[in-house]
Design a protein around this ligand. Structure first.
Ligand code: MG
Length: 274
């Protein structure tokens, strides 16, 4: 009983200390409000000359030279461009990523086969954390189901607008992705499963400079034949480029690791403001 009482008091002490730590410097010095939180100084980063040029802290995944940063399908590299080699399988980054900012440029192949329609035209995809597909598709005068067109989170959310360019024209994706936080357990057979989605993955996407997804809460993985489900995976996973039997091209791929957003500075956000 005594131990229990001490644990309660200790717990209350921690809570009240956290409140004080968060609230103590909410001062108005000459009318200047300060949070009292000791923020780390933001690192200095040199931006690229244009938004398409990697900033100084970016990891360049493809600069037109080789596939040193990639494994998996043996796609072709020529003239500064990667071309999917149909049937060779997807490509994966050797490095693994969680929350990130990703820049990637793509071009859909010319329409050689007039019978190729819908999902059969210029199909590829960018799988964040190897699980969550941002669709790449030739959606120029090529209708398909909306949650499967270019700019969609595949089988989950359509893009706000269809702002694609014509086949063979270069297009840009700029993606801001927040990794999910999943609590897993093991069943009686020792198989791991997601017992709780503590925080879903979030995604914001600009396609050719237009916002097509804004902080969507991703519903789970993106298979074509079933509802989305969160599956256990690590905090960092490869980026996958999908081989969907089309000769879709890619170039100028770079990524920046970013802190998880939605991290609350204090245990209780109310303490931050009150
Ligand atoms: Mg696809």
């Amino acid at each position: 009983m005594k131990r229990f009482f001490m644990a309660i008091m200790l717990g209350l002490g921690v809570v009240s200390f956290a409140s004080v730590a968060c609230a103590q410097d909410h001062e108005f010095r000459g009318g200047d409000f300060r949070t009292g939180i000791e923020w780390k100084e933001p690192p200095i980063v040199t931006p690229g000359e244009t938004p398409a040029v990697p900033p100084s802290d970016a990891i360049v995944l493809f600069n037109g030279e080789n596939l040193d940063e990639w494994t998996g399908g043996q796609w072709d590299v020529a003239d500064g461009v990667i071309t999917c080699k149909p049937g060779s399988g997807p490509m994966y980054t050797k490095k693994k990523f969680g929350s990130c900012q990703l820049h990637i440029e793509f071009a859909c192949p010319p329409v050689d086969d007039p019978n190729a329609k819908g999902q059969a035209r210029g199909n590829s995809g960018i799988f964040l954390m190897n699980h969550y597909e941002l669709q790449v598709l030739d959606s120029y005068e090529n209708p398909t189901y909306f949650e499967g067109q270019c700019g969609s989170i595949y089988k989950q959310f359509p893009p706000y607008v269809n702002c694609v360019k014509k086949p063979t024209e270069w297009q840009t994706y700029d993606v801001i992705f927040t990794r999910p936080i999943l609590r897993t357990e093991k069943d009686e057979n020792g198989n791991e499963f997601v017992a709780e989605v503590i925080r879903p993955a979030y995604i914001t996407v600009l396609l050719n400079g237009c916002v097509v997804q804004n902080h969507w809460a991703i519903q789970g993985d993106t298979f074509f034949h079933r509802t989305p489900q969160y599956q256990p995976h690590a905090d960092r996973e490869p980026i996958q480029l999908q081989d969907h039997n089309n000769t879709t091209q890619f170039r100028n791929i770079w990524i920046r690791e970013i802190p998880d957003s939605n991290v609350i500075p204090c245990q209780n956000r109310m303490n931050y403001y009150n």
